[in-house]
Design a protein around this ligand. Structure first.
Ligand code: NAP
Ligand code: GDD
Length: 340
C-alpha cells in the first residue's frame, strides 16, 4: 500500500519540493490550498499536468484559520503523515498583521493538531505530524544555535512559531502523538517568494543586467543568515517522520553570511558591481531585527543522517541563472514587434 501524505502550503516553496519528493517515493499526496481569485498553483502546475500522477496527487480547499475545513480534509484523506508547511511566513509583514499571523501561524497549528487527534481517537489510526518551525524563533540568541538554545523571538511571526513549537511538544507528551518540530534555518531556491531578500536580489540583479531595472532598494544589509537549498531541506522533514520516535531537529548548513555578501555573490555572477545599484531604504527596516543566525545541525546529521548538499555560492548561482533566464524572456517579450 502506498503511504498517504497531506501537505498544507503545498503551493509554497517548500510544499512544491516536498510534493515532488514524496511522489517520487510512491506516496499518495494530498495538498491543501486556499481559494484565491487568481489561482496560485504555479509551483505545482507541472505535477497537476502530469497524467501519470492523476490518481496519486490531489488538491483540497482549506485554511488554517478554518477548523472545520481541517477536520474535513483529515477525515477525508486519512493521511499517514501530515506536513504542516502553511503559514503567514513573512517576518516583516507579521509586524503589519500580528493578529492574523498569530491566528494562522500559531493557533492554526492547534486547529490542525486537534483535527488529527480527533481522527486518531475515532479510527485508531496513527498520523505522524511535521511542524515547520523556524530559526527565527532563536531571534537574538547567541550563535551558533542548536536544539538546546533558548528561544528569544523578535517578531509576531517568531512568537507564533514558538507557540506552535511548544504545542507540538504538548501534543506529543499529552497524547503520545508522533509529532516533530523541524527548526529550519533560511532555505531558498528559484521558487522562493519574491518578497524574501535572496530572491528579491536575484530577480533585481538579473533585470538590472538586461536594462529592465535601474536600482534595487533594500533594508538592513548587515544581518547574517545561514542559507541552504529548499530541495535539501524537505528531505530532512521526511526523515524526521520516518524515525521510530518523534523529536525536534535543527536543519542548517552551519555557514552564515551577510546580505551584503550574498549581494556580492549574485552581482559578481553577472559581472556587475552591486554597490552601484543598491539603495538602502528605511522602508525595508524591521521594528526589531534578527542579526545573526547560524545553525548547528549536528543532531540532524547524527540521528537523521541528513546533510546540506548545496553551498551558498552554488545556491546564489542557481537562483541567479534561473532569474537571468526569466529576465531574458521578459526582455524578449518587451522588444518592439518589428513585423515582417
Ligand atoms: P511560503 O512559500 O510562504 O508558503 C507558505 C504556504 O502557506 C503557501 O502555500 C500559502 O498559500 C500557505 N498559506 C498561507 N496562509 C495560509 C492559510 N491561512 N491557510 C492555508 N494555507 C496558507 O513558505 P515556505 O518558504 O515554503 O515555508 C514553508 C513553511 O516553513 C512555512 O511555515 C514557513 O513559515 C516555514 N519556514 C520557512 C523557512 C524558509 O526559509 N523558507 C525557514 C523556516 C521555516 P498561498 O499561496 O495561498 O499564500
Ligand atoms: N525581505 C526582505 N526585503 N528582507 C530584507 C530586505 C528586503 O528588502 N533588505 C534587507 N533584508 C534583511 C531582513 O531585514 C532580514 O534580516 C534578512 O534580510 C532576511 O530577510 P527575509 O529574506 O525576509 O527572511 P527572514 O530571515 O526574515 O525570514 C525567512 O527565514 C525564516 C527562517 O529564519 C522566512 O522564510 C521565514 O518564514 C523563516 O522562518
Amino acid at each position: 500500500m502506498n503511504k498517504v501524505a497531506l501537505i498544507t502550503g503545498i503551493n509554497g516553496q517548500d510544499g512544491s519540493y516536498l510534493a515532488e519528493l514524496l511522489l517520487g517515493k510512491g506516496y499518495v499526496v494530498h495538498g491543501m490550498i486556499r481559494r484565491a481569485s487568481t489561482p496560485r498553483t504555479g509551483h505545482i502546475d507541472h505535477l497537476l499536468a502530469d497524467e501519470s500522477l492523476s490518481d496519486r496527487f490531489h488538491l483540497h480547499f482549506g485554511d488554517l484559520a478554518d477548523a472545520n475545513s481541517l477536520r474535513h480534509i483529515i477525515d477525508k484523506t486519512a493521511p499517514d503523515e501530515v506536513y504542516n508547511l502553511a503559514a503567514q511566513s513573512h517576518v516583516k509583514i507579521s509586524f503589519d498583521q500580528p493578529e492574523y499571523t498569530i491566528d494562522v501561524t500559531g493557533t492554526g497549528v492547534v486547529r490542525l493538531l486537534e483535527a488529527i487527534r480527533n481522527h486518531m481517537d475515532h479510527t485508531g489510526k496513527e498520523i505522524r505530524y511535521y511542524q515547520a518551525g523556524s530559526s527565527e524563533m532563536f531571534g537574538s540568541a547567541k550563535p551558533p544555535q542548536s536544539e538546546m538554545t533558548r528561544f528569544e523571538p523578535r517578531s509576531p511571526y517568531a512568537c507564533a512559531k514558538v507557540y506552535a513549537h511548544y504545542q507540538v511538544i504538548n501534543y506529543r507528551e499529552s497524547y503520545g502523538m508522533h509529532a516533530s518540530n523541524g527548526i529550519l534555518f533560511n532555505h531558498e531556491s528559484p521558487r522562493r517568494g519574491e518578497e524574501f531578500v535572496t530572491r528579491k536580489i536575484t530577480r533585481a540583479a538579473a533585470r538590472i543586467k538586461l536594462g529592465l531595472q535601474k536600482e534595487l532598494r533594500l533594508g538592513n544589509l548587515d544581518a547574517k543568515r545561514d542559507w541552504g537549498f529548499a530541495g535539501d531541506y524537505v528531505d530532512a522533514m521526511w526523515r524526521m517522520l520516518q524515525k521510530d520516535a518523534p523529536g525536534d531537529y535543527v536543519v542548517a548548513t552551519a555557514i552564515s553570511i551577510s546580505i551584503r555578501d550574498f549581494l556580492e555573490k549574485v552581482f559578481d555572477r553577472l559581472d556587475l558591481d552591486w554597490s552601484k545599484y543598491v539603495v538602502v531604504d528605511p522602508r525595508f527596516f524591521r521594528p526589531a531585527e534578527v542579526d545573526y543566525l547560524l545553525g548547528d545541525p549536528s543532531k540532524a546529521a547524527a540521528q537523521l543522517d541528513w546533510r546540506s548538499s548545496t553551498n551558498i555560492t552554488e545556491l546564489a548561482t542557481m537562483m541567479t541563472d534561473h532569474d537571468l533566464k526569466l529576465a531574458q524572456a521578459e526582455a524578449r517579450s518587451s522588444e518592439p514587434f518589428t513585423g515582417r
